[in-house]
Design a protein around this ligand. Sequence first.
Ligand code: ADP
Ligand code: ADP
Ligand code: ZN
Ligand code: ZN
Length: 743
Amino acid sequence: MNERMIRIRGARSHNLQTVDLDLPRGALTVFAGVSGSGKSSLVFDTIAAEAGHQVNETYPPFLRNRLPKWTRPEADEITGLSPVVVIDQRRLGGNARSTVGTVTDTWTYLRLLYSRIGTPQLGESNRFSFNDPAGMCPTCSGLGETVEIDTAKFLDPDRSLREAAILLPGFADDGYWQSKYIDAGCFPTDLPVREWTEDQRLALLYGGEYAERLDPKPPKGFESLVAWFERIYLRTSDTLSEHKQRAVDRFTRSGRCPDCRGERLNAEARAVTVRGRTIGELALVEVAELAGLVAAVTEPAVAPVVAALTERLRAMDAIGLGYLHLGRATATLSGGESQRIKTVKHLGSSLVEMLYIFDEPTVGLHPHDVDAMTGLLKRLRDKGNTVLVVEHDPAVMAVADQIVEIGPDAGAGGGRVVFQGPFAALRTADTPTAKALASRAPERREPREAAGAVTVAHASRNNLRDVTVDLPTGVLTVLTGVAGSGKSSLAAELVAQHGAITVDQRPVGANRRSTPVTYTGIAAPVRRLFAKASGLPAKFFSANSEGGCPECKGLGVVYTDLAFMDGQETVCESCGGRRFSDEALRHRVDGLTIADVDDLTIADALDRLADPAIRRGLRDLDRVGLGYLRLGQPLTTLSGGECQRVKIAKELRDAAAPSLYVLDEPTTGLHLRDTDTLLDVLDQLVDKGHTVVVIEHNLDVIRRADWVVDLGPGAGRHGGRVLYEGPVAGLRGTPTAAALGHD
Ligand code: ADP
Ligand code: ADP
Ligand code: ZN
Ligand code: ZN
């Protein structure tokens, strides 16, 4: 029997304060609340984790080991769950063989179409697969690209061999390889390469007939630099070490495969056409246009294939992916694009009564495209599924059946359900979300004066159409435009031409021991406080040194290796995960033990620890809205948006000379209220003389900008032009202007 509710009793993961909640099944519910209030703890770490765990329990143990691991949440009871699909923003990644077409299954349909009605008839559909030897181009092995060696980068013309003119890795001064070429006896060793004869230079690079013409000739077994490079770097297995990959990237250029011209398929497959077009050509056509081409195919033999393929392509177009082509490698997609691609897969699914969970599906979407995304969420619900969405965008809240707000504040000040009901009722409630909705800041009336300008000249990366723009320095500039219009491409060009600093969402702190304490460098001042209070040396208060629990050596956890299963990590029984020895825990500062300090939030620590070095270290993390993080929380648990804010804080503290910063959607994961805090921080960076350029869809950020560069008008080849550059107040006649209410 199916229950009508998801029933949660006594949920206590992270900061949740014994939450009881009933959620209607078959409904669309949006979870709101300030950053750090506990939305993820409830939706991902409690509901999704329990659903995943319960499904895994139904499999035999040997299979369970191969399934994704779900840590069971801390809760008294959770019932009424279904199999769960979590659609998050983790990038799809994948190798060069994973494309938009392969991950959405549209390529499979297209292959079927060609195998059934293509002329001439070829037969099986794997003959159109670039990942199958039967179909792949032999020259590029189905990658569509070949790697060309860029010999211009091999030599520094202003140096001689003895001055390390050979720039390849491994040729550093006095190295083994260096001396091999110096000792060859056929090259001038003290003359800058610029002054060599053409034959000498070509002989060094390519050997062969050029080497034969030299006098004296090179010794037997002479290996040219190109031959050397191919042997060391290119004639190896598919997977290169990171170090080798960097070398390959530096000394090669990848270009379209001369044989298949990027279509990835062999000559046989490339000769087959449907309505005069090859399947390889279709891989390069934008999805929006492809949908029309496919729909025009009317042969009865393929009617079901055409119907399924058209539906899926139209769905992709509808959620703002119409500018992609099926041949695009998934590794090059952004987080928001990846999430929308994953959504497409599930749209075609005929499973019902599933539990779908989305993490901010509007990331990367212009207000203009948000409607399509909400339409899609509603369609999933209408098929009989339960849809839970963590989201800050009021446009998504407005279409939900109900809103659940977690709060009221972050960390220990949150973790409760402060509102449950329809959006209309939220507007009149007394919660942080309701208050923020009621008070949005007005547009900037008087833009700050620019200090100067940097010019991005003749940008033609990706879809940009020879764009030249002057960006004012010393102010806040926002790059706007619909998804796929070219914002990231322009930002990448700015970075390439002017060496701007990109403040991205990649993880901070690679190892498990990095926490806000280690990252901000306050560990030493904290230990000094305890040393002063106790009269003991500071090392007695370091978990990694004398102060550590002897059982787990200050890790707080112990590892057990089990014969057939993955190693297990369990909390250390001796210290209960507190990491410190009993001796270290005997001493207190302001009533707190050294372990209690790790449990403080940054905001609490600022209140309670008066030491100036500690305050300096923590102040900027609090200013960027991360005051709710606990001092001992591993940085590996932070979300992408939180990592980006940690980096902003670091720049606030460290940057001395005026710098040029580029940020991609810094409001990701931010509640309306926290957006205001972030804007204050960006203003502070500008007031210190820095230039800040952000890619944003968030209207509050656009309103506060001094300068706007609006790209478009559409996506992909329909975009790539500058529609407007100037103060925000003057923006007219574009989708962004419409979203701001300017028209
Ligand atoms: P939200 O999703 O609303 O931004 P979270 O659920 O991520 O909030 O966080 C709620 C609280 O739980 C915060 O104080 C956060 O620092 C803490 N927290 C989140 N993840 C972890 C974790 N893996 N371990 C310990 N504390 C965590
Ligand atoms: P925005 O940032 O406005 O969403 P992008 O600059 O990411 O837009 O994309 C602009 C166009 O360039 C789109 O058609 C996109 O598909 C294409 N594009 C972006 N990155 C790549 C890439 N790495 N390889 C091929 N095409 C790309
Ligand atoms: Zn090829
Ligand atoms: Zn221990």
